[in-house]
Design a protein around this ligand. Structure first.
Ligand code: NDP
Length: 485
C-alpha cells in the first residue's frame, strides 16, 4: 500500500497481530483505482478459537476492574485516535474510497467521540436501591459477557468504535469482524485500544466473510451480537442468535423519507438532500433517499439541486479538494447502475448523472431522478449509492402517509420554517433517528437506530448501555423467613 500505518497482519487477537495463512485470502482493493493494495486471510477455526478463548479469559478481570479505570483506558484511546486522525483517515480512505475531506472529520473522529463518551460514562453506571418497607432490594448492572460486533463496509472505523466503546465500558469483551470489503481499519482500533492500556483479549479483530461471522454468532460462549448491515443478513443473524437466546442489536438498512415543505429555506433543504444522498457516495444506511418535495417548489428545488450537484468535485479521494469518491467495490457500483436502469425503465425523469464515470475505480456520477412514484423500485428498495429519488406531494397528510409506507424505519427528515409543523410531522413518522432542518447528523450523545425492519436496539448515548449490560436484582430480607410449613 505504501502507507506506514497499514496493519501488519490479518487479525488482532489476545493483544497482538496474528497471521494464519491457512485462511482463505481476501484481497484489499482500493476503490479509487481498483488496485490490490493488500491481502488478509479469513480467520481459520484456530484463530476463531483463540479469539473466543482469550476474550472469555480476559473478561472477568475487566468486569471486576473499577469502572473509572476502564473509562480511563477508553479515554486514552480516544486521545490517541485524535492524535493520529490523519493517518487513520488515509487508511479509511484506502479501505473505503471515501474522500479524505470526509474521512478527516467523520470516521476516526467519530470513533474517538464514542470512546471518550462511553469512557466518561463508565464510572457512572450503577444499580439502584429499592426500598420495600422493612426489606429492600438492589440492582447490580452487570456486563453481558462476550459481545460480537459485525460491521458493514461503509464506516469501518466508526462501526468498530460504536460497538466496542459501550461494550468495553460496561465490562464486556468484544470480538469484531469487519466486512471483508474493508478489513483494515478495525485492526488499527484494536491496536490503539491496546496501546492505551486495554488488557489482551478484550478487543479482538478477526477477518472473514459471512461464514466467520456465523461461526462467532453460533458459538455458545458468545452472549451478544451487534450487526450493522443489510436486512437479509440481519434476519439470518437475528435468527441464529435467537436459537441460543442471545442479546442482539441490529443496525440495518433503510429507505428513509426527507420531506421538504414549500416554506423551507430552499438552499438548506437542497443541502440536506445532498448530505442525505451523496455523502459517502450514498453509502449510508440512514440516507433520505425518498425526497418528497411539495409541488409548488418542485422545479425550483430540482433546478437548485442540479446546480449544486454540478459543484461536486469527483476524483482522487486522497486529494482534499475532492468531495465525492467512488463506490466501495465494483459489485456495489454494478448494483447501483442496475437500479439506475430500473429507474429509467420505469419512467422516472433523469435530472442528472445516471452513469459510471469513464475512469479507473468504481465511480458513479451523482444521480437525481424526478417524477418518481411510490411504486417504482427506486422508491422502494435500498440502493446504497448516489441515487436520489425526488417525489412530489400535495399536503402534509399525503406526505406523512406515503413517507410511512415502507417496511423500513431508520430515519426521517423534515425541512420547513414552520417549527410547529416540523415537530408535528416528525411525531407521526415511524422512524428511529429523525431530523428537523438537518440531515444525517449522528452525535454520540443521541441514540441512533431504527424501527420496523431497520433494526432493533440503539447505538450511541446512554441508550446503548441498556444493550451492553443487564440488571441483576437482589432481594434482601431483614427479618425471619415465613415459610408455609
Ligand atoms: P451485509 O449485510 O451482507 O453484511 C454485513 C456484515 O455481515 C458483513 O461483515 C458480512 O460479512 C456479515 N455477514 C454476512 N452474512 C452473515 C452471516 N450469515 N452471519 C454473520 N455475519 C454475516 O452487507 P454488505 O456489506 O454485503 O452490503 C450489502 C447491502 O447491505 C448493501 O447493498 C446495502 O444495501 C446494505 N448495507 C447496509 C448498511 C447499513 O449501515 N445499514 C451498511 C452496508 C451495507 P461479509 O460481507 O464480509 O461477507
Amino acid at each position: 500500500m505504501g502507507h506506514d500505518t497499514q496493519p501488519t497482519a490479518s487479525h488482532f487477537v489476545d493483544g497482538q497481530y496474528i497471521e494464519d495463512t491457512g485462511g482463505e485470502p481476501i484481497e484489499v482493493i482500493y476503490p479509487a483505482t481498483g488496485a490490490v493494495i493488500g491481502r488478509v486471510h479469513a480467520a481459520t477455526p484456530a484463530v476463531i478459537e483463540r479469539a473466543i478463548a482469550s476474550a472469555r479469559r480476559a473478561q472477568g478481570a475487566w468486569a471486576a476492574l473499577k469502572p473509572v479505570e476502564r473509562g480511563r483506558i477508553l479515554r486514552r484511546a480516544a486521545d490517541i485516535m485524535r492524535e493520529r486522525n490523519r493517518d487513520l483517515s488515509v487508511l479509511e480512505t484506502y479501505d473505503t474510497g471515501k474522500p479524505l475531506s470526509e474521512t478527516l472529520c467523520a470516521d476516526a473522529t467519530s470513533g474517538a467521540d464514542a470512546l471518550e463518551y462511553f469512557g466518561g460514562l463508565a464510572a457512572s453506571l450503577t444499580g439502584e436501591h429499592i426500598p420495600l418497607g422493612e426489606d429492600w432490594a438492589y440492582t447490580i448492572r452487570e456486563p453481558l459477557g462476550l459481545c460480537v460486533g459485525i460491521g458493514a463496509w461503509n464506516y469501518p472505523t466508526q462501526i468498530a468504535c460504536w460497538k466496542g466503546a459501550p461494550a468495553l465500558a460496561c465490562g464486556n469483551a468484544m470480538i469484531f469482524k469487519p466486512s471483508e470489503t474493508t478489513p483494515l481499519c478495525a485492526l488499527k482500533v484494536a491496536e490503539i485500544l491496546h496501546e492505551a492500556g486495554l488488557p489482551a483479549g478484550l478487543y479482538n479483530v478477526v477477518q472473514g466473510a459471512g461464514a466467520v461471522g456465523a461461526a462467532l454468532v453460533g458459538d455458545p460462549r458468545v452472549d451478544k451480537v451487534s450487526l450493522t448491515g443489510s436486512v437479509p443478513t440481519g434476519r439470518k443473524v437475528y435468527a441464529q442468535a435467537a436459537d441460543q437466546m442471545k442479546h442482539v442489536t441490529m443496525e440495518l438498512g433503510g429507505k428513509s423519507p426527507l420531506i421538504v415543505f414549500d416554506d423551507a429555506d430552499l438552499d438548506n433543504a437542497v443541502g440536506g438532500a445532498i448530505l442525505g444522498n451523496f455523502y459517502s457516495t450514498g453509502q449510508v444506511c440512514s440516507n433520505g433517499t425518498r425526497v418528497f418535495v411539495q409541488k409548488g417548489i418542485k422545479e425550483a428545488f430540482l433546478a437548485r439541486l442540479a446546480e449544486r450537484v454540478q459543484e461536486a468535485v469527483i476524483g482522487d479521494p486522497l486529494d482534499e479538494m475532492t468531495t465525492l469518491g467512488p463506490m466501495v467495490s465494483a459489485a456495489q457500483r454494478d448494483i447501483v447502475l442496475g437500479y439506475v436502469d430500473k429507474g429509467l425503465a420505469e419512467g422516472a425523469r433523469l435530472v442528472c448523472g445516471g452513469h459510471a464515470l469513464d475512469r479507473d475505480g468504481f465511480y458513479v456520477a451523482p444521480t437525481v431522478f424526478a417524477d418518481v412514484t411510490d411504486d417504482m423500485v427506486i422508491a422502494r428498495e435500498e440502493i446504497f449509492g448516489p441515487v436520489m429519488a425526488v417525489l412530489d406531494f400535495e399536503d402534509e397528510a399525503d406526505a406523512i402517509a406515503r413517507a410511512n409506507d415502507t417496511p423500513y424505519g431508520l430515519s426521517a427528515g423534515v425541512f420547513t420554517r414552520d417549527l410547529a409543523r416540523g415537530h408535528r410531522v416528525i411525531g407521526q413518522l415511524r422512524a428511529g433517528s429523525c431530523f428537523i432542518n438537518s440531515y444525517n447528523d449522528a452525535p454520540v450523545e443521541a441514540p441512533f437506530g431504527g424501527v420496523k425492519m431497520s433494526g432493533v436496539g440503539r447505538e450511541n448515548s446512554k441508550a446503548a448501555i441498556e444493550h451492553y449490560s443487564q440488571l441483576k436484582s437482589v432481594y434482601v430480607r431483614m427479618g425471619d423467613v415465613e415459610a408455609p410449613f
